[in-house]
Design a binder for this molecule. Sequence first.
Ligand SMILES: [Zn+2]
Length: 563
Amino acid sequence: MPKTRAIEFAERGAPLRSRRWVLSATALAWAAALWIVAVDNLAFWRTLWSVRDDSSLRGALALGALALLLWTLFALLIRLLCWPRVGKPVVALLLVLAAVTASFIDRYGIVVDRGMLRNVLQTDWREAGDLMTASFLADVALRGLLPAALVLALRVEFGRWRRGVATLGAHVLLLVAFGAGAIAAFYADYAAAARNHRELRHLLTPTNVFNGLHGLWREQRAAPTTLEQIGTDARRDPAPAADRPLRVVLVVGETARAANFSLGGYARPTNQALDGKPVVYFGNVSSCGTDTATSLPCMFSDLGRERFSAAAAARRENVLDVLKRAGVAVRWIDNNSGCKGVCARIETLDLSSAGDPALCEGGECLDGVLLRGLDDALERPAAGDGLVVLHMKGSHGPAYYRRYPPQLRRWQPTCDTREIQRCSSEALRNTYDNGIGYTSEVLAGMIDRLAARSESQDSVLLYVSDHGESLGEGNVYLHGLPWRLAPAEQKQVPMIAWLSDGAARRLGVGVAELRHVAGRAWSHDDLVPTLLGLFAVRSSLYAPAGDIFANARPAAGPSAAAR
Ligand SMILES: [Zn+2]
């Protein structure tokens, strides 16, 4: 019997369909908005709750009023998107987008702004894959896919347009009434929270995503297609007395923070591999940005941190272009996710996925491959002076455990998973420190290679990280917080210099003199003048105050007169 009934229903169609839940478009908008405000904005509410000035009833009421206002506002915006045919997919997509955003924010303590979105769009999929952990996917399934599937399964009545307009009008009136009421009652509370906690607007999901995309779009639209030349007046001083070529190796680190360098006083010997080498450690260096997409172009740009924007940098040359034009052979060797446009006009070698089976696995390589790259660069016939930029994979997270070979698991237990929140802070620190230990080994290997050639060339090695990292301090992980919000761990970067005896004579500055200025506050802004100074390039771009070597040079030193 039941079988017959089922066939009957199926043939008629209507009875089966009428069993689906039916919802008006307005009800759908209110429901989706409630879900987003309540479920996808946990960090927003947690932050507001923790910073409210008033712990009495007033603070809670202010929060409640804001919740009601946001619910009404989001419901109105969603209702405006709800049109026949497109309404359901649009709402479903919005729910998934909000869940993905919320999951990143809750997991890693990040905020979502233009810079973060640029990072997401520029990152490569190997790195993105590291973030797609099982718990992340489960979270997105629960908070995003499940409600989205429900929306798609529902039957939504869109009603007649006349009635729709009337409902919308009522909705707008309700919003105005709530808005006026909340502002009249709690304006001072909201203004203080917004002023003192600017991260709030980057936490409010999903408006943070749309704000960020809008910013990126404006940035793109403003970008002219022509490339602006800089330092066109650059000329090199006539070759110095030394008849040997100068080789400068600039090692750009990744996600190494100064706080974990024993050279700077960190209790663990993370830089032991450099013991006994005459290196100079600069302990007070600040980065330009807190993510690769900002710091990398910024450190090679003449704009400096204050004037830097990714769009402005993309439409003008950088110091590598200037050096190349001045006659320096420039080469970029990459073991990271690319140079973010910096090496666009420079000879480039990408070692990040191919090559040595002993060092590469799963489409990425340990930084040891850069030693091969350096060998290759150094063995080329010496034709004048040259700069080699080696771009490390460094300590890129969250898979810190994949940044060093197994024999370097010096500090244990380690956090051998990408789900770093599941590890104890001790295990996380151990893993990160093992990575710094490996970076030191690679740097030591580079110095050995340069030292072995000191009879035939003068060499300088300069290492500086692109930005730091948060390892769970204050529940913040990874990096990429906007500059003004970011903790020192994300902005204080290690910098190391080494130079051969020949280079010290040629530049008129040695280890002892460099150590005199190593404690000063330096920044990524000083890289451009330092590189220009190392190659004795005269240009209006050259700002002597930022040239680290010139600052260390004794006033009566051999080259001082030349400046
Ligand atoms: Zn980076």
